[in-house]
Design a protein around this ligand. Structure first.
Ligand SMILES: N[C@@H](CCC(=O)N[C@@H](CS)C(=O)NCC(=O)O)C(=O)O
Length: 217
């Protein structure tokens, strides 16, 4: 079975799948596309015109949560919790993580101080809610690294960069979440999930969108 992940270099949703593949030590090919000028073959096979896509021989999967659930069912070790109720709750919180990532994107592309403040408020509200759910660590569920952790790690990868240029982000994040983020960023699969030039690409992309925060980079 051959696996091909269709990617955009700085996409957090693709990074979720890369982490899952690395955790499971599965070989895959990664193909990068330019989302501003997507190739015709991509438009044909991507129902929403979005990455990630996972091509499995002739089949195509879309949506990061679906891709990761598939990978989890097919390749060991199993990362989703065994208990169906806990699993269902994690699916809800994975969706919450997608929301967090979208709000972080809006923070990254905010073009003035007002926009940045507005997004910090939005993130602060989500943080307060999420902090009630997270264990004492190291991971969301305690010692067990789960599929949910793969869904949040990309948020922390980007938060770490944004924090360098906007110090207020250090205080905005509750210590429980900051601790979780440090554990995720120290994990091998997470470290290996982005290319060496990721930070530069992220900064360049932000600048191209007029990012107020990354203008200082
Ligand atoms: N819900 C999707 C979100 C994927 C997504 O938003 N991908 C972005 C790149 S990070 C994209 O492809 N955007 C292209 C577009 O919206 O046209 C998932 O979880 O896979």
């Amino acid at each position: 079975m051959s696996l091909e992940l269709v990617s955009f270099a700085i996409c957090p949703f693709v990074q979720r799948a890369v982490i899952a593949l690395k955790e499971k030590q599965v070989d895959f090919k990664i193909t990068y596309i330019d989302l501003e000028n997507p190739p015709a073959w991509f438009k044909e096979i991507s129902p929403f015109g979005k990455v990630p896509l996972l091509r499995i021989d002739q089949e195509v999967l879309f949506e990061s949560a679906v891709i990761n659930e598939y990978l989890d069912e097919v390749y060991s070790p199993r990362l989703h919790p065994d208990d169906p109720l806990v699993r269902a709750k994690h699916r809800g919180w994975i969706e919450f993580g997608s929301n967090l990532i979208f709000e972080q994107y809006k923070l990254m592309v905010a073009t003035d101080d007002d926009g940045v403040q507005q997004q910090c408020e939005a993130l602060g509200g989500l943080f307060a809610r999420l902090a009630n759910e997270v264990s004492d660590g190291p991971y969301f569920m305690g010692d067990q690294f789960t599929l949910l952790d793969t869904a949040y790690a990309p948020f922390f990868t980007r938060y770490e960069i944004l924090k360098k240029y906007h110090e207020e982000l250090e205080e905005l994040i509750p210590s429980r979440l900051a601790h979780w983020g440090r554990s995720l960023l120290a994990r091998d699969s997470v470290k290996a999930s982005v290319a060496d030039d990721f930070e530069q690409k992220f900064v360049d992309f932000g600048k191209s969108k007029g990012s107020f925060i990354l203008a200082r980079a």
